[in-house]
Write a protein that binds this ligand. Structure first.
Ligand SMILES: C[S@@+](CC[C@H](N)C(=O)[O-])C[C@H]1O[C@@H](n2cnc3c(N)ncnc32)[C@H](O)[C@@H]1O
Length: 439
């Protein structure tokens, strides 16, 4: 049986206009998405699962194949001569599962590549010489939050992550990245979804490890009949504290079972996350980001925390500063606002893309922390560039948009004093960072 696709295939697929051909090439670098890059006869090739120095045999189609950005995606047929920096992938699913792209690198090459991602993005905007702190690392078995995909065909459920650059599902048995408590749920969830999903139906499952137990949100199926609800209500009481369901990503979660209170703790303060709320992906990654922010902000008296979420930075900052937390998501902000008793913390719901804090509003702060989603904070960076705030700390999960916003701040008179890269998404092509700007 072939693996199912999550989405139906397009009716008309591009037809290859040339026969595939086999080439030999040497990989010279690993690109931002984790593919090796090689050049042959003027062709730029993206070769997955390779490292610089690998001499490889690959299959490519010159046209009608799979153009990828400024080159062609090539299929790796054979490694003729391995380059330095190869390692042994720890996971049996590596190569198929799209969750990890870089387990084939040895640890030193991998860490250097992650730092290079940040350095490269900054260099593209003329800030490549910013002082760089050592990479903060997250160990395996630490990810506390994951979004799985599932699809049922007949009496079988595929459950796991999508294959690389594909909508096909890699069927997962185990995952060395996840906290063992989450990995242990893979088989029980597969069995649950066999009963809950209709034939041909799919859903995503967001699983978050919280104090009190695991929080599950099923996104899809579009409806739940009574038997499905009853099955969910009875699911894994020992490990799972809360189960919610929403028909799709635009819907709001509907509570299905709530057995125990759940919480996440920031600087000792419990906050109850709404189902599916954003949380840093690992406790270790969060600790590294929070330490970098706290160390930089120091004793600043009045601090704004923009894109504050549940208060990952706002609550620890409020131990020594007066903090104004601004966030666009009402449920997250309400959860934080409930916990501010005893802290010098005020909250504001605001869309910071449409309505960033103005230079005038920013004038009352000694420091501003901003931690936007992957799209970055273009409008807020513009307003900060025109402000007089002496210290700005940017936290980001996307070096490219961070670099864009950093350029805006530097053009507005700030100096990028230090960048602290944090590897929170182990073996993936993602990297996070904290950047410190002063004027
Ligand atoms: C990367 S998360 C960071 C959250 C928090 N700082 C943390 O570390 O847990 C980005 C946050 O930005 C919020 N957000 C996204 N778009 C927004 C917007 N246009 N205006 C305000 N907040 C927004 C999201 O709800 C999310 O909480």
């Amino acid at each position: 049986m072939t693996r199912p696709t999550k989405r139906p295939l397009p009716k008309r697929r591009p037809q290859p206009t040339a026969e595939p051909r086999t080439l030999e090439a040497t990989v010279t670098e690993v690109g931002a998405r984790g593919d090796g890059i090689a050049s042959v006869g003027g062709l730029r090739l993206f070769v997955p699962l390779t490292v610089p120095g690998d001499r490889v045999r690959v299959r490519v189609r010159d046209s009608g194949g799979e153009p990828k950005g400024e080159g062609l995606r090539a299929e790796l047929l054979e490694i003729l001569e391995p380059g330095p920096g190869r390692g042994t992938p720890p996971c049996a699913h590596f190569g198929t599962c799209g969750g990890c792209t870089l387990q084939h690198m040895d640890d030193a090459a991998y860490a250097a590549w992650k730092v290079g991602l940040v350095r490269g993005a900054l260099a593209r905007v003329g800030l490549g010489d910013a002082p760089m702190a050592p990479l903060s690392r997250t160990p395996p078995a630490a990810r506390r939050r994951a979004r799985f995909a599932a699809l049922k065909r007949g009496r079988r459920v595929w459950f796991g992550f999508n294959e690389r650059q594909s909508h096909r599902l890699a069927d997962l048995e185990d995952c060395p990245v996840l906290l063992p408590r989450l990995a242990a749920l893979i088989e029980p969830l597969r069995a649950l979804l066999l009963d809950v999903l209709p034939d041909g139906g799919g859903c995503d499952v967001i699983a978050t490890d919280l104090e009190g137990g695991i929080d599950l949100v099923l996104v899809g199926p579009r409806s739940l009949d009574r038997a499905a609800r009853e099955r969910l209500v009875a699911f894994n009481e020992a490990a799972v504290a809360r189960i919610s369901w929403q028909a799709d990503d635009r819907g709001s979660p509907e509570p299905i079972a709530h057995r125990r209170p759940v919480a996440v703790r920031f600087a000792g303060h419990p906050v109850t996350p709404p189902p599916g709320a954003f949380l840093q992906a690992s406790a270790e990654g969060e600790a590294a980001l929070v330490a970098a922010v706290l160390e930089t902000v120091g004793e600043a008296r009045r601090v704004a925390d923009l894109f504050a979420g549940l208060g990952t930075f706002a609550v620890p900052l409020a131990q020594r500063s007066a903090v104004h937390a601004v966030e666009g998501d009402s449920p997250a902000l309400a959860a934080l606002a409930k916990e501010v008793g005893g802290l010098r913390l005020t909250t504001e719901r605001r869309d910071l893309f449409e309505n960033p804090l103005t230079a005038k509003e920013l004038a009352r702060f000694d420091a501003v922390v901003f931690d936007p989603p992957r799209a970055g904070a273009a409008a807020q960076a513009q307003a900060l560039a025109g402000s007089k705030v002496p210290l700005v700390v940017g936290v980001s999960c996307n070096p490219a948009t961070f670099a864009r916003d950093a350029r805006t701040l530097v053009d507005g008179g700030y100096a990028l004093e230090r960048v602290h890269p944090v590897d929170q998404f182990l073996w993936s092509a993602h990297v996070e960072l904290v950047g410190v700007f002063k004027r």
